[in-house]
Structure formats: structure tokens, C-alpha cells
Design a protein around this ligand. Sequence first.
Ligand SMILES: [Zn+2]
Length: 72
Amino acid sequence: MVKLILLVAIIYAIFHFFIKPKPIQDKKTTKEEQDEDIMVECAKCKTYVSSKEAIIKNGKYYCSKECAKDDN
Ligand SMILES: [Zn+2]
């Protein structure tokens, strides 16, 4: 009887050990999602561009240099 309890405890410990790393992978995925570029609206022509390609001028997003220049 004592051996059976010990066996269950060992199996539980092994099971727990293999399941544990999963939440760490979930945190990594969340971080990658935050690094992804978001779509922003051009303050001049209202065109949506990715935040990586957008030009930021006076705290506003613009799709191109022309739009940033014209909106002065
Ligand atoms: Zn524009």
C-alpha cells in the first residue's frame, strides 16, 4: 500500500514537471504579439498604415512624407 502511494506521488511529480514549462511559452507568445506592428490612421488622408512604416510628426501619424509636409 505504501509503495502504491509512493508510485502515484512519483508519477504526479513527473507529470507536473512536464506540464510546468507551458505557461512560460504562453508569456513568450504574448510578448511577440506586443512587438507586432499596429495599424495607424494617417492624420492627413485617413489611410491606414502600419506603425513601422508610418511617419510620426508632432505626435501624429502620417502615411508618407508628402502627407506630413502638407499638414503643417
Ligand atoms: Zn496620408
